[in-house]
Design a protein around this ligand. Structure first.
Ligand code: GCB
Length: 613
């Protein structure tokens, strides 16, 4: 393992160069090489790299650090796709060709029993053939990889991304060549104190390349992003288009054939064009989730989407959709498969089943907790007439004083908003869940809320806050964050963590400001098929009685505008140890992890509120 002086010198030069390149592109949180997000990836020309990827587990990160724990020069990391078996004269202690396999998309925990509890680094490799087209650009797109992904293309580290639930892409136009190419990704899901989320959460830390990987073929100048919405007075369609590339001054036509709209605007020297024109579309709503075929045609690129038009606002204690009061009957959902093996969900089929259950419950709203779910979830919900609460994983105790943590959270928020800003069903951006009060946290969340409004001033912005007690039975929310949020949204567990279900009858709620009240969590655990008395924990009867009593309490809250009980389906959590009952599952689902409906499912289904479609 000893190096000669001259080799060590060259290594230092190489490492220095590597960091120089990274330093120039640094994103403030250690990320590098990332290209601004290309929106509406499903509407682009892509080649899927999904399927079986070669992989091996590297618990000590031997492929990244040398024996002194210094980062190795690019040329000697595992980003080089070496094979011991094809040349045994060279010392190589890894070999992708003969390594094991993992499916992408997919978490690793539920694919191999020995990886069930694994938290650390796994190296992935996929090979692909290309014939580069002159005059085109190629990007490598990842729907998500949890948590830290360092991506190598043809032997060199080209990008690093942090955060397990947002998409990222990398321009590889000059990195790929005719014939066979290799993409190698180091994915590390070790929990980090400075991370978002941090080390402590009540859901499984699924590792891996959990969403699709695509090669994206783009023209030299392309439509990178657009925002197409109904104006607040519902009389006009307005928005903007952003080009990317060298030919930034172009004419752009927005076509909505069904509305006979064909409007042409010109981009400025930065590639941006704004538009606004009178229109009378049929409005999107849960009762009529109308979407229009929309085409953005630039001179060098055309992209199509399905877009709905609606407004969302608050008035006093009401939430108004298209100017009319709507009660949000919802349910919270984790991004977990509807059936075994209960791993990370990623497909449209998963989305249809999960959201189908929400519809069966009579919901018009889903809270996609506690992080941005895959795009199929949001788009399928839009088609099915389900409003969405989109959230980032600023959960429990984050390092509020750490500027790097803030940058990371802000990037996740930004990427979620860019991805979902044209979805009519997304009505609330949420910046956090159950965070402990204090000045640093208030400043952190205030900045995130301001950022969300700066990026999109057409939706509501909130956070799942916590309740407080005025006395034993008078409950309130007095979080100072409320002055920045549009609604008073909070989690409460009367009947589970706070007394038993009968307490609901004695509780009185009072709220300090005149804003819509939205209960983002309530509930209790039940093991499907476990029966007993209504005061016996974890029986279906306990959960059912808790729902009945909570519903009685909800009906007495005049300002209540929405509720998303916890949770649609039992989900894996490392905090749930009860053998025979929990077995690593949080049991607060209305359905079991196998899709079996518990008694409370029917009780919640039968509950109606005026204004519900
Ligand atoms: C909460 C959290 C949620 C947990 C839930 C529980 O308040 O927001 O992530 O899973 O309670 O079951 O304790």
């Amino acid at each position: 393992m000893k190096r000669t002086g001259i080799r060590a010198f060259f290594s230092i030069v190489l490492v220095f160069n590597l960091f120089l390149v990274r330093g120039q592109e640094a994103y403030g949180d250690g990320c590098f090489g990332l290209y601004p997000q290309i929106q509406n990836i499903g509407g682009r020309q892509t080649t899927s790299l999904d399927g079986s990827w070669k992989m091996f587990v590297d618990q000590y990160e031997t492929g990244y650090y040398d024996y002194r724990r210094n980062p190795m020069p690019d040329g000697s990391t595992f980003f080089a796709d070496r094979s011991f078996h094809s040349d045994r004269t060279v010392l190589v202690e890894y070999d992708f060709d003969t390594a094991g396999e993992l499916e992408v998309p997919g978490d690793w925990n539920t694919q191999k029993p020995q990886l069930y509890l694994y938290e650390g680094t796994i190296w992935y490799r996929q090979k692909f053939d290309v014939t580069p087209k002159p005059g085109r650009r190629t990007f490598l797109y990842f729907g998500a990889a949890n948590y830290e992904a360092v991506v190598g293309v043809n032997g060199h580290a080209v990008a690093k991304h942090l955060g397990g639930y947002t998409p990222f892409n990398i321009e590889v136009t000059d990195r790929i060549h005719e014939g066979s190419n290799a993409v190698i990704v180091k994915v590390d899901n070790k929990r980090m104190f400075e991370g978002v989320p941090t080390v402590n959460s009540d859901w499984w830390n699924y590792g891996g390349i959990t969403r699709s990987v695509l090669l994206v073929d783009m023209p030299m100048t392309f439509v990178r992003e657009y925002n197409i919405q109904l104006s607040k007075d519902r009389k006009r369609i307005c928005g903007w288009v952003q080009l990317d590339g060298e030919q930034l001054s172009q004419k752009i036509t927005l076509n909505i054939d069904e509305l006979r709209i064909h409007k042409t605007v010109s981009t400025d020297s930065n590639g941006r064009a704004e538009f606004e024109f009178a229109a009378k579309p049929t409005l999107w709503s849960p009762a009529n989730p109308k979407l229009y075929d929309v085409t953005v045609a630039a001179e060098t690129d055309t992209v199509s989407d399905r877009i709905g038009f609606r407004t969302i606002e608050t008035q006093g204690t009401k939430i108004l959709l298209n100017g009319e009061s709507i009660f949000c009957k919802g349910i919270s959902i984790h991004e977990e498969m509807p059936y075994a093996p209960s791993g990370r969900a990623y497909s449209e089929e998963h989305a249809r089943t999960l959201l189908g259950w929400a519809k069966e419950l009579g919901c018009n709203f889903v809270r996609l907790a506690h992080y941005p779910h895959n795009e199929a979830m949001v788009r399928t919900a839009e088609e099915m007439g389900l409003m969405v609460w989109d959230e980032i994983p600023v959960y429990w105790t984050i390092q509020w004083d750490n500027p790097t943590t803030y940058m990371n959270a802000e990037h996740q928020l930004t990427d979620m908003i860019i991805r979902d800003r044209n979805r009519a069903n997304v009505v609330i951006w949420s910046v956090s869940n159950e965070t402990p009060r204090g000045p640093a946290r208030l400043e952190f969340l205030r900045k995130l809320i301001a950022k969300a409004r700066e990026l999109d001033d057409t939706r509501l912005v909130s956070s799942a806050m916590e309740k407080s007690n005025i006395d034993a039975t008078t409950l309130t929310v007095d979080d100072e964050l409320m002055q920045y949020t549009d609604i008073i949204s909070f989690n409460q567990y009367v009947g589970w963590y706070d007394g038993n279900s009968d307490k609901c009858d004695r509780v009185r709620w009072t709220f300090p400001v005149d804003k819509p009240v939205f209960i983002t969590e309530l509930g209790g655990g039940a093991k499907y098929g476990l029966h007993g008395d209504s005061n016996e924990r974890f029986t279906e009867e306990y959960q059912d009685y808790l729902y009945k009593k909570n519903i009685g309490m909800l009906d007495r809250i005049d300002a209540l505008a929405g509720v998303t009980p916890w949770i649609l389906k039992d989900f894996r959590s490392p905090r749930r140890f009860l053998p025979g009952i929990q077995d690593d599952f949080n049991r607060k689902g209305l359905l079991s992890e196998n899709g079996e409906r518990k008694m409370a499912f029917f009780t919640y289904r039968n509950w109606h509120r005026a204004g519900l479609d």
